[in-house]
Write a protein that binds this ligand. Structure first.
Ligand SMILES: [Zn+2]
Length: 434
């Protein structure tokens, strides 16, 4: 199958000009841009894939191609720190049983949901995964989500298949959407013998991040061992760690603490990302206070996805303590969540409701949580709208963050690595209605 001959629901196929483009992007100037933290309008000059200048409007003649922002906001592009890209659009084949288990009973049946959802991997076809993943990434590009930490299950059912598919997609979308591929031990390491070896194989294949889920093991000793194995592999391959932690309604779960302690011991400061940590909502206050201090000391960032489960990490309190927090899409029509389209403005809009963060300054924090803070959480260097930074930008259809969140519309323009993204092709490819 031609990787760029794309079949999408509805039957049409689209060819797009994606893939590896090694030429230097031509100069581009964004005119009359409004910035989040500056009162006057500016022109933004982009050259060699970087932000070359930010000057008051009309300071110098535009270089190369120019793009009119029309006084709308221009910001850093969106970053999605948590996406199960190997499972997107699998809900219809899996059925709703796992989803129902995950979301009911105060998340007391979350482990059962994961066991049910595992069935999707038995009959999973590589081409179908590529097609579905491609659609999700085209959505991301259309909505200005240029960087994604994407997880692929690694276990006795999936083997290395998910990672291989994601690595193929990573190559296909180079220069448009940057993928960090996480080799993720979704079904456990101790309870799923052979997984540690499979994780190493995936790192050899080119996976970027080691992914664990210690809370799913049967005993506390096994949970701690799971954490240690992930860090062993991360140290061997000099890779970041991402772990799904305490993702159930059980106040006794303590794997976030285990991960933070291990990050501290290994000096993995800024390289360990904690996903979910939903049980945190049920922790007694003194334990929570100690945990927050530990997270700060260990440099562990937290990604929350409050729209995919009835519990969520205590985002506001973590932010108040100076912990880096991002919001992730998590799922797109899989066994855990029915919707999703890699539109990070929509994720932040949902977060505003579920986290009760609606005052003006809180909306700004939410916006950071899907742009700059998210970039920091996954180790992006300098994901900032400033001179010298890589030009990964969105030109929005709104002049304020509140308006952008209200409509969560696709940007007027998306710049990835200094180059304009072909949004028309991406919209057609992703079958997003106009
Ligand atoms: Zn998840």
């Amino acid at each position: 199958m031609d990787p760029r001959g794309l079949v999408i629901p509805g039957g049409c196929s689209v060819a797009y000009d994606a893939g590896i483009d090694t030429t230097t992007p031509p100069p581009l100037t964004i005119l009359k841009a409004r910035l989040r933290h500056r009162p006057d309008l500016v022109d933004i000059e982009i050259a060699d894939g970087r932000i070359h200048s930010v000057e008051p409007v009309g300071t110098r003649p535009p270089q190369g191609q120019s793009l009119e922002a029309n006084e709308n906001l221009v910001t850093e592009s969106f970053v999605n720190t948590h996406l199960h890209l190997d499972k997107v659009f699998t809900l219809s084949s899996l059925g709703d049983a796992a989803l129902a288990d995950y979301q009911t009973g105060g998340m007391g049946q979350a482990m059962g949901a994961i066991e049910k959802a595992t069935a999707v991997k038995l009959g999973q076809d590589r081409d179908a995964m590529l097609t579905a993943g491609r659609r999700a990434l085209a959505m991301a590009a259309y909505y200005g989500n240029t960087h994604i930490r994407a997880l692929a299950d690694v276990d006795s059912k999936a083997g290395t298949r998910g990672v291989e598919v994601l690595l193929a997609l990573q190559e296909e979308f180079v220069g448009i959407v940057d993928l960090q591929v996480v080799a993720f031990a979704q079904d456990g390491i101790i309870r799923e013998p052979g997984t540690a070896e499979l994780l190493r194989q995936c790192m050899e294949l080119g996976a970027n991040v080691v992914g664990g889920i210690p809370w799913i093991e049967f005993t506390e000793a096994d949970m701690a061992e799971h954490v240690r194995i992930c860090f062993d592999i991360a140290v061997e391959y000099d890779a970041d760690v991402s772990m799904l932690l305490d993702d159930a309604g059980d106040p006794g779960l303590r794997t976030l603490e285990m991960m933070a302690v291990e990050a501290l011991r290994r000096n993995w400061h800024g390289r360990a990302l904690a996903h979910h940590a939903r049980a945190m909502q049920l922790y007694p206050e003194p334990y929570f206070a100690r945990l927050v201090s530990l997270l700060a000391a260990a440099g562990v960032a937290v990604v929350s996805d409050p729209h995919t489960g009835p519990l969520h990490a205590r985002v506001k309190e973590l932010l108040a303590a100076g912990i880096t927090v991002s919001l992730g899409q998590d799922d797109i029509s899989d066994g855990y969540y029915a919707f999703g389209r890699n539109n990070m403005l929509e994720v932040a809009f949902l977060g505003a409701h579920l986290l009760w963060m609606m005052a003006g300054p809180e909306l700004e924090v939410l916006y950071d949580s899907v742009t700059t803070s998210a970039g920091r959480s996954i180790g992006l260097k300098n994901h900032r709208l400033e001179i010298g930074a890589p030009a990964n930008l969105v030109v929005l259809q709104s002049g304020t963050v509140a308006e952008a969140l209200r409509f969560h519309a696709a940007p007027r323009a998306v710049v990835s690595h200094g180059r304009l993204v072909d949004q028309t092709a991406m919209r057609e490819l992703s079958a997003v209605p106009e």
